[in-house]
Design a protein around this ligand. Structure first.
Ligand code: E4P
Length: 216
């Protein structure tokens, strides 16, 4: 399972990339706004911090506008992945961009049928939004499960990029189902490592080691 971080904060990205556990980055217009930085400049910096795909989202809603913006974004670096919304224009743009080898992430996916369309459009990634699905009274994990089943039925190569992940249990469930990627806020990635018994174990070993009077 690949781990992407869902942020445009370059300090967090650099810190997590240094662990060697980070496989990519996703951003969206809200995260760019939160960073307070210039979109192209911050995207360029992020692309230099990780080797894997960096999703940068178009803001046009029509196909021609999306293509124009994608042209600007894909010149930033080889690892830019163009993020398009799950609309007819987004799917049309996805089909066109992927036909010449550009990475595309189809985002704002809330149904298995939408994910089927994204795969048929040749998407590199589809982003089902687990947390926002849960927020609205649906089961985000049912969505991931259905998409996994459909993609396996037809051997689609589109990767399931579980998005809008809110806590470690979401990550665990996605891993059980077989999502290809989870994109998580930095705090969720950091929380995955935590366990009270790990801390307690280290504390006990350190106390006993001190008693030996030895050093390494
Ligand atoms: C995905 O690529 C999106 O950027 C993201 O996961 C949305 O998450 P949110 O629902 O926490 O805003």
């Amino acid at each position: 399972m690949k781990f992407f971080v869902d942020t445009a904060d370059t300090n967090d990205i650099a810190d997590l990339a240094a662990t060697g556990l980070l496989d990519g980055v996703t951003t969206n217009p809200s995260l760019i706004a939160k960073s307070g930085r210039d979109f192209l400049e911050v995207t360029r910096e992020i692309c230099g911090l990780v080797d894997g795909p960096v999703s940068a989202e178009v803001v046009a809603l029509d196909h021609e506008g999306m293509m124009r913006e994608a042209e600007i974004l894909r010149k930033i670096a080889d690892n830019v992945c163009i993020k398009v919304p799950l609309t007819i224009d987004g799917l049309k743009t996805c089909k066109k961009l992927t036909s010449d080898g550009t990475l595309v992430n189809v985002t704002l996916c809330f149904s298995a049928n939408q994910a089927l369309l994204a795969a048929k459009a040749g998407a590199s990634f589809v982003s089902p939004f687990v947390g926002r699905h849960d927020d609205n009274g649906f089961d985000g994990m049912d969505l991931i499960r259905d998409i996994r089943l459909i993609y396996d039925n037809y051997a689609f190569e589109t990767e399931i990029l579980a998005a809008s992940i809110r806590h470690p249990v979401h990550v665990l469930e996605c891993a059980r189902i077989g999502a290809d990627v989870a994109t998580m806020p930095p705090a969720v990635i950091r929380n995955l490592v935590k366990h009270v018994l790990t801390d307690k174990g280290i504390e006990g070993f350190m106390a006993d080691w001190a008693k030996t009077g030895q050093s390494l």
